[in-house]
Structures are given as C-alpha cells and as structure tokens.
Design a binder for this molecule. Structure first.
Ligand code: PGA
Length: 252
C-alpha cells in the first residue's frame, strides 16, 4: 500500500502573515487525516514562519525550488542547507513554471534532485507534457526524456526517496483536468519506466501524484484510480477549507 500525498503548491501567493493564518486554520481541519501525508509549499519568505506554526502537527513543509550548491555566488537562489535550516523536509523540483520562467532543464532538475537527496531533503519532482506534445502523440516520449534526464545516475535507494508529480502542462491553472483515465495511463507508463531502471520494488512503492486543476469536486475520481497516489494542487490549495476538502477526499 502506498500512502497517498496531498500537497499544496502555493506558488507566488501569501505573505508571511497570510501563510501563518492559513496553516493555523488548516491544522484542526486535517488533524484527523491519518490516511495521507499532508504537505504545503509556501514561498521562500514564509517557510520559516510556517515550519514554526506547524510544529507538532501532521503538516510537512516543502520549498518550491532549490539550488544544487551548498552556498555560492548565485544571486536569488536558495541552497538545500538553507531549506533544512528553515525546517523544510521536502522540495518541489522542476515544476513546469520553473522550466518555462527560468529555463530549467532536465539536467538542472537532475543536479537539484541529487543535491536535495544528498542533504536529506525529499524531492517532489514534476514531469509532464505540453499541449502541443500531447496533441502530437508525444506524451510518452516527453515523459521518457524527463525520466532519463531528471533521474540520471541515481541508485535505486536514492530514487526510492523521491515523489513524482505528473502534471500535464495544459491542465495547470486552466481548469482543464486530465480525466482520471488519462492521468492513470501516464502514471502507468511512468511507473513502467521506473520499473525498467530501478526494479519492481522501487516502482511499486513510488508515489506518483497528479497535478493540474485538481479541485474538491474532482479529487475523488482521480484518487479512485489505483495508479494515482495523491495530488499536487495549486489554485485549490490556497484556501484552508478547499485544501482540507482535498486532504479529506471521499474514500471508498
Ligand atoms: P493548479 O496547479 O492546481 O492551479 O492547476 C497545479 C500545479 O501547478 O502544481
């Protein structure tokens, strides 16, 4: 049994005060959620305040990006050591908005994944095709390239600490969700790649989250798919009630 993960990616939303207010309200709403792991990913400025505010709760904190170096002349970047000091346990790597806005590549994803793992941070690595790629029938090709590039050189033990988020770019923030079947098909393909590279045990234990317009009214259908092990949520993670409804999705 894979423990599901419901993760909220706040992107560039929430001041420190708003972030603390959010988790203060969220804590009692998800306190009984023993069926899944709950993660929030605030912007860098709010990380420390949020990790303090969630102490003793079942909410873990992720950063939204990380540099691969411990320190150095990298204006605007944040190192794994700094994230650990701020109390983070997880870090999102390779989100499509990072790839688009900041030119991230599978190679930079790979460096970040290795650095995060080496320091004991758990990566949530995003993969997924763009609309034109899906329409051209290239979804599997894209996933394979992202898998081979982003996870190159990892041992099975290292890979076993990773969470993958399949986020078709055309479904992010558009209200256009992949159907549960479409998502499951991509997850199945990706898990097959993992099986080929790292073996059955690692593939069977890998959590693959779906991301892209997940909302309280479509989460149950997605989570009913055997292949879908959770959700990485943007827009619907920004209000405590909505995010709590995702965490407490109806279960059979
Ligand atoms: P969305 O974002 O839920 O707003 O579509 C998902 C994501 O980008 O992780």
């Amino acid at each position: 049994m894979r423990t599901p993960v419901i993760a909220g990616n706040w992107k560039m939303y929430k001041t420190i005060a708003e972030a603390v207010d959010f988790v203060t309200k969220l804590k009692p709403l998800v306190a009984a959620a023993a069926h899944c792991e709950v993660i929030v990913a605030p912007p860098f400025t709010a990380l420390r305040a949020v990790t303090e505010a969630v102490k003793g709760s079942n909410i873990a904190v992720a950063a939204q990006d990380v540099h691969w170096d411990k320190e150095g002349a990298h204006t605007g970047d944040i190192s794994p050591v700094m994230l650990l000091e701020a109390g983070c346990t997880h870090v999102i790597i390779g989100h499509s908005e990072r790839r688009t806005d900041h030119g991230e590549t599978d190679e930079s994803v790979n460096r970040k994944v290795k650095a995060a793992l080496a320091r004991g941070l758990l990566p949530i690595v995003c993969v997924g095709e763009r609309l034109a790629e899906r329409e051209a029938g290239k979804t599997e090709e894209v996933l394979k390239r992202q898998f081979q590039g982003g996870f190159a050189g990892l041992t099975p033990e290292e890979f076993s600490r990773i969470i993958v988020a399949y986020e078709p770019v055309w479904a992010i923030g558009t209200g256009r969700t992949a159907t549960p079947e479409m998502a499951a098909e991509s997850h199945r393909y990706f898990r097959g790649l993992v099986r080929g590279q790292f073996g059955e045990a690692v593939a069977g234990a890998l959590r693959i989250l779906y991301g892209g317009s997940v909302k309280p009214d479509n989460v149950a259908g997605l989570m009913a798919q055997e292949e879908i092990d959770g959700a990485l949520v943007g827009g619907a993670s920004l209000k405590p009630d909505s995010f709590a409804a995702l965490v407490n999705y109806p279960r059979a």
